[in-house]
Write a protein that binds this ligand. Structure first.
Ligand code: NAP
Length: 252
């Protein structure tokens, strides 16, 4: 019987790379996201390459009814989730606090904070029942350094860090590990989403240095989940070599 990982946000970037990497080390996968066409393609490619079992759940993590329906409808054989990777998330907009759009704030807080909580709330009882499990929350350097024009994205990732710590404490008696990863700049669709397709702004973000790629983070996740039972990696802060923190990036 293969181990099962549920990964949120597998239709691009870190989530997609993680699904492919975990399939290669023998995990059966529950892949999620809103773009069904991309879930279909990922499922087909994983089955073709690795022949693992793949279940796709297409839902918006902000919607409590959809989250409840998705998890309650899991067939029994898929309920033994060993690893939950809370990866779905985004930054929307890059504006000073008095100019940002209310709807961007709602989107970030509803996805990065509330969505992560809704899903975890439904999966944790399944892990508690088995007295085992591992939750990995994808945070960010933005959860450590707050930068200009990013106050609410940074706030959402500071919240992820507090939730991670709280989960770790609450779940101690149940043998459930809780870890987080805080990446610096990773080249994915993240900037396309944040800058809403503004190509100039997107190009500027990764100009003059080599950012991390989605596989770097997938590889780190693999390291975290393959430690022995008695070892938990609390947090990993991972940066491109040319980026010291949110404020200092050395560009050619
Ligand atoms: N890229 C970076 O520089 C960076 C750095 C630090 C941390 N992070 C964090 O890494 C995580 C993954 O981001 P990424 O860089 O891989 O970006 P990405 O390529 O844009 O992927 C984001 C994923 O989240 C999913 N998602 C967004 N909103 C959703 C919703 N309402 N319901 C369900 N799924 C939703 C997207 O799927 P659908 O659109 O199909 O729903 C997509 O699969 C995020 O939490 C991000 O904050 C990224």
């Amino acid at each position: 019987m293969n181990k099962i990982a549920l990964i949120t946000g597998t239709t691009s970037g870190i989530g997609e790379a993680t699904a492919k990497n975990l399939a290669k080390i023998g995990y059966d996968l529950i892949i999620t996201g809103r773009r069904k066409d991309r879930l279909d393609i990922l499922k087909t490619s994983i089955i073709k390459e690795c022949n693992n079992n793949v279940l796709q759940l297409c839902f918006d993590i902000r919607n409590t009814t959809d989250v409840l329906y998705a998890i309650n409808s899991l067939p029994e054989s898929w309920q033994n989730i060993d690893v939950l990777i809370n990866n779905a998330g985004l930054a929307a907009g890059f504006d000073p606090v008095d100019k940002a759009l209310w709807e961007d704030w709602e989107t970030m807080i509803d996805t990065n904070v509330k969505g992560l909580l809704y899903l975890s709330r439904q999966i944790i009882p399944l892990m508690k029942k088995r007295q085992k499990g591992h939750i990995i929350n994808i945070s960010s350097i933005a959860g450590i350094n707050t930068y200009a024009n990013g106050s609410v994205y940074c706030a959402s990732k500071h919240a992820v860090n507090a939730i991670t710590e709280g989960m770790r404490i609450d779940l101690l008696p149940y043998n459930i590990k809780v870890s987080s990863i805080s990446p610096g700049a990773v080249e994915t669709e993240f900037s396309n989403v944040r800058f809403k397709g503004d190509d100039e702004a997107i190009k500027k973000i990764y100009k003059g240095f080599t950012p991390l790629n989605a596989n770097d983070i997938a590889d780190t996740i693999k390291f975290i989940i393959t430690r022995p039972d008695h070892v938990n990696i609390n947090d990993i802060l991972i940066m491109p070599t040319r980026q010291a923190n949110s404020y200092y990036t050395f560009r050619d």
